[in-house]
Design a protein around this ligand. Structure first.
Ligand code: ASP
Length: 577
């Protein structure tokens, strides 16, 4: 028998018991005639004790154990003389009577402890060692609990878990496809799914009614921080539903997940239209943990002879509570921060609200105290607050202000990791214009339906058409998105036409879907949540790599197995390459 207990299990009530434990040597401490070893497994650490006086040979053997040796020990549970309150097993130790080395180990290239000395690259290369560390194991365990909570909820709600194929044809989600050459069909390629989108819609045509799948998706995107070329979605679809049926179902799922994984009741989940989210927060995934909403200053800022404002499409402000205590140097740092190319403003204007109610702005030359007072009124500023102002193209300046809002929020401690605030964003634009090509792009994907009232504008004013699409954002991160789909062949054709597909192209790529729509397609809609992102959010980490067992680095490489790699000549020949 390898063990009677785990390394996290023994307590005072086990004192006197003879036990067998197996695990890894985390640490050895040699004192005079005594040796202590921390033995580790997934469940915890247990201290082993050896004493020269009692057994000289055993103590000597213990001293030959190196870090990460795998050992099986046999002994008696005894009370510790100096207890360790920081360890669940800290009241006891094992008085070892014998042990066996199950496997020796090379010295690991970094310390296997909560705070390791290993850099990211080396830890990825030896990921199996990194995965021995608690902080990483805890995240995988949490991910597994999240998985279970999702399955429990969806199974209880009658969703059917259906697997869809990985070797398919392009599914447009706005990224490039990963392709797989077919040996049996020389010169032809499968694409790996960017999502199971078309299949889940076909399952609705099949009458499955409610589908889900926790599924890998593949997107060949250029490097963007914290993206993985393969990632996991909780992919769902429902028939005979309208938008709010979908939102209610999945609000329920998210609440149930937070309850079972974190024992947390999520607060109210407001629904904001895309336009409202952009106006109030400058973002389609607003961080709702704090206020500091965008204020439109157009009517009080323009027309005062300050050219920058006068020629701007929009003047936008935020009020920073207590921000008047920022020093001049700190304000300069904010200015430099927003002027970096990533944000790209030309400058940053501020107005201090002094304790005595007077104002001091960086544009005092153009705005007297009365004028500044109107700014403060609009921003609902109180004494000792600070107003930041940006101006320019409406869409751009709002996005810039969103960045500044998040930055200030972070500095002010308004975005704590253990606080969660969710919202829905609905009524996204159906399409957006790609400036370069002059073509319309689906903002979600081409299967998303326009809001019925906007349908006629598809020909006359496509940019103004709203989609029946929705996202869920938590803490400023998009965690899920979906839509009510088009289920009518002609409307789908019209959509492809708007997106610049010729009839032949549409038929070639999506003929199967449009044909299916001719055989009684029910109204349907769905959503997909990012499992990696949800796991990261619930684990309080900023990086999805932390919640993926074997992630790729930011060049899309797995540096442990060294992939991607060239093919050998035989493989190439077989594939006709
Ligand atoms: N297929 C979409 C995506 O992967 C989600 C959906 O519309 O259900 O983003």
């Amino acid at each position: 028998m390898h063990r009677t207990h785990t390394c996290g299990e023994l307590r005072v009530e086990h004192i006197g018991a003879t036990v067998t434990l197996s695990g890894w040597v985390q640490k050895r401490r040699d004192f005079g005639g005594m040796t202590f070893i921390d033995l580790r497994d997934r469940y915890g650490l247990t201290q082993l004790g050896f004493n020269e006086e009692q057994d000289k040979e055993l103590n000597e053997r213990a001293r030959s154990l190196g870090r990460e040796f795998v050992v099986k020990v046999h002994g008696t549970v005894i009370e510790r003389s100096n207890k360790n309150d920081n360890m669940p097993t800290g009241d006891i130790e094992i008085k070892v009577s014998d042990f066996e080395v199950l496997n020796a180990a090379l010295t690991p290239p970094f310390t296997i402890e909560d705070d390791t000395d290993g850099g990211e690259e080396i830890r990825l290369k030896y990921r199996y060692l990194d995965l021995r560390r608690n902080p990483i194991q805890e995240k995988l365990v949490l991910r597994s609990q999240l998985n279970k909570a999702v399955r429990d909820y969806l199974n209880d709600a009658d969703f059917v878990d259906v697997e869809t194929p990985y070797l398919i044809k392009s599914t447009p989600e706005g990224a490039r496809d990963f392709v797989v050459p077919s040996r049996m069909n020389e010169g032809q390629y499968y694409a790996l799914p960017q999502s199971p989108q078309t299949f889940k819609q076909l399952l609705m045509v099949s009458g499955l009614d409610k589908y889900y799948q926790i599924v890998k998706c593949f997107r060949d995107e250029d490097f963007r921080a914290d993206r993985q070329p393969e990632f996991t979605q909780i992919d769902c679809e429902m028939s005979f539903v309208e938008r709010d049926d979908v939102l209610d179902t999945f609000e329920g799922m998210i609440r149930s997940v937070f309850k079972s994984v974190k024992d947390l009741e999520l607060g109210d989940i407001p629904k904001l239209t895309y336009d409202e989210a952009m106006r109030r927060f400058g973002s389609d995934k607003p961080d709702m943990r704090f206020g500091m909403e965008l204020v439109d200053l157009d009517d009080v800022a323009k027309g005062n002879g300050f050219g920058v404002f006068d020629k701007a499409e929009s003047v936008v402000a935020i009020n920073v509570t207590g921000g008047n205590n920022y020093t001049r140097k700190e304000l300069d740092a904010f200015t430099d921060w927003v002027k970096r190319p990533q944000i790209g403003t030309l400058g940053l204007i501020y107005c201090r609200v002094n304790t005595d109610g007077s104002y001091k702005s960086s544009v005092d030359k153009f705005f007297d105290q009365d004028k500044l007072k109107t700014w403060a009124e609009k921003c609902d500023s109180k004494a000792d607050d600070l107003i930041f102002v940006l101006s320019g193209n409406t869409h751009k300046v709002r996005k810039q202000m969103n960045e500044l809002r998040l930055h200030v929020g972070e500095l002010q401690g308004l975005r704590p990791k253990n606080k969660y605030a969710a919202c829905w964003v609905v009524d996204f634009p159906l399409v957006e214009l790609d400036e370069e090509s002059g073509k319309w792009h689906a903002m979600h994907h081409p299967f998303t339906s326009p809001i019925p009232a906007d349908r006629d504008k598809m020909d006359t004013d496509p940019g103004a058409v709203k989609a029946n699409a929705y996202d869920m954002a938590i803490n400023g991160m998009e965690v899920g998105g979906g839509s009510i789909r088009i289920h009518d062949k002609n409307l789908q054709k019209r959509m492809f036409d708007l997106l610049g597909f010729t009839e032949e192209e549409a038929q070639e790529q999506f003929g199967f879907l449009m044909n299916a729509f001719e055989y009684g397609a029910p109204p349907h809609g769905g959503i997909a949540f990012g499992l990696d992102r949800l796991s990261a959010l619930l684990s309080g980490t900023d990086s999805i790599r932390d919640v993926i067992a074997f992630p790729k680095n930011n060049m899309g490489r797995d540096i442990m197995i060294d992939a991607p790699a060239p093919l050998n000549a035989d493989q190439k020949k077989e594939l006709g390459m």
